[in-house]
Structure formats: structure tokens, C-alpha cells
Design a protein around this ligand. Structure first.
Ligand code: PLP
Length: 234
């Protein structure tokens, strides 16, 4: 078995156990393999292992992989996106996880040829270093998108603080879920907002317990070739 198959099987086991603890069905959770730090070869290996959702965070990395990988997979853009780079990615992606401002929505509205599935990125913990709207800003922001024909708000996305404090991480995920439910209850045609993109290598189990429908897993699944090379160089 390749390393990725071994990793995937462990992650699947943990995910199923976490779903059980959260009284959820694991089949409602999709794994996005975050391939931003790995080569085309390793990305292809992930696809061969059965992964169909792939995440990239740079236009260059995304477009290079799309050009050479011919598989029928879903591409998720998970990084912050500069307005001037919208035109480079918007025709190639299936999901954008980082809608965080009106100027970005306006550029998508102008450039996209069909509706784009977007997650509104929320900075639940209000860390200075993180992108995203505060919880309070989410509903008014989504209301301003009502007349947009190319933006479909499928859900909310967050990154938990990088901490060992599991209770803090859990409270961030709980707040995102509450916010998502509040939006979903509005019944907006442009914002069904049924999905929750939360959880990474270190915290996906908590995220699944708290309702994640997409987890974004990089290092624990496909590794980090940059980091691995650094180790060799030491
Ligand atoms: C890199 C990245 C991930 C994956 O992180 P890992 O800790 O390697 O699993 C998930 N989400 C976003 C937004 C990222 O930038």
C-alpha cells in the first residue's frame, strides 16, 4: 500500500468514529485532499487512492495541476484570493472557500460564466492574522449578495486557531455551525448555506463531531513535500 492509502484508511477510521460521537453519518462528510504543498505525482497518487475533492491555495499551483491532471475531480480553492487573480481561477474551480469581501464577490459576478459555489470565510476567533468576516458580519454580507447571479453561498468556512486548547477549537466550530443554521433558516435562494467547511489535519475529528460537511486535510493525508525536503536538508 502506498503511504497515502495508509493515511487515508487511518483518517477514514477516525472520521467514522468522530461522526458516531457526533451522532452523524460519516457519509455526509467529504474529505478535501489539500495538495497545495505536494507535487503533481503525489496529487495523482491521492486521486488513485480514491480522493475526488482536491484543495489548492494558489492560482499557479491550481492551474498547473489542472493542466496536467486529466482526472474527473472537484477542485476547491481554499486560499485567500486577490481580486485581480479571480479571472485566473474562476473558470476552473468547483468551489471557492474564501469569499470574504464585497469587492471579491463583485469581481466574481463580473467574470464568472455560471454560478460559483462559494463558502463565506468566517474569522470566528477574530484573530488579527486571519482572513474572514466576523460572525456578526456574515448575515448582512450575505444579504448584500441577494441580487448577485454568479454567487451561490453553499456554506461557511473557518480555520480554528492553531492551539492545543481543544475546548477553544470546539467552541469555534460550534459558533460556525450556529451561524450557518441562522443563515440557512432565512431561506435565501442565493444562499442555501447547508455546508460547513471546517477541520484540518490537527482538528478534523472535533470538526466532524461538531457538524463539518467538508474537512480540508493536507499534511496528515498527502504530506508536505516542502517540509519533507527541509528535513532531508538538515
Ligand atoms: C493548508 C490548509 C489546509 C490543510 O492544512 P493541514 O494542516 O496540512 O491539514 C486546510 N485549509 C486551509 C485553508 C489551508 O490553507
Amino acid at each position: 500500500m502506498t503511504k497515502i492509502l495508509t493515511n487515508l484508511s487511518k483518517i477514514n477510521d477516525l472520521l467514522i468514529a468522530a461522526a458516531k460521537r457526533g451522532n452523524r453519518n460519516a457519509s455526509n462528510v467529504q474529505i478535501i485532499a489539500v495538495t497545495k504543498e505536494v507535487s503533481v505525482e503525489r496529487t495523482q497518487e491521492a486521486i488513485n487512492a480514491g480522493l475526488i475533492h482536491l484543495g489548492e491555495n494558489r492560482p499557479e499551483g491550481l492551474n498547473h495541476k489542472i493542466a496536467v491532471i486529466q482526472a474527473d475531480v472537484r477542485w476547491h480553492y481554499i486560499g485567500s484570493l486577490q481580486t485581480r487573480k479571480v479571472k485566473q481561477v474562476i473558470h476552473h474551480i468547483d468551489y471557492l472557500h474564501s469569499l470574504d469581501r464585497l469587492s471579491l464577490a463583485q469581481e466574481i459576478e463580473k467574470r464568472a460564466e455560471k454560478p460559483v459555489k462559494c463558502f463565506v470565510q468566517v474569522n470566528v476567533s477574530e484573530e488579527e492574522s486571519k482572513h474572514g468576516l466576523t460572525v456578526k458580519e456574515v448575515l448582512p454580507f450575505i444579504e448584500t449578495l441577494t441580487s448577485f447571479t454568479k454567487i451561490q453561498v453553499v456554506g461557511l468556512m473557518t480555520m480554528a486557531p492553531n492551539t492545543e486548547d481543544k475546548a477553544l477549537i470546539r467552541s469555534v466550530f460550534k459558533q460556525l455551525k450556529q451561524c450557518q443554521q441562522q443563515i440557512a433558516e432565512q431561506g435565501f435562494a442565493h444562499a442555501p448555506c447547508t455546508e460547513l467547511s471546517m477541520g484540518m489535519s490537527n482538528d478534523f475529528e472535533i470538526a466532524v463531531e461538531e457538524g463539518a460537511t467538508f474537512v480540508r486535510v493536507g499534511t496528515a493525508l498527502v504530506g508536505n513535500e516542502r517540509g519533507e525536503q527541509d528535513e532531508h536538508e538538515e
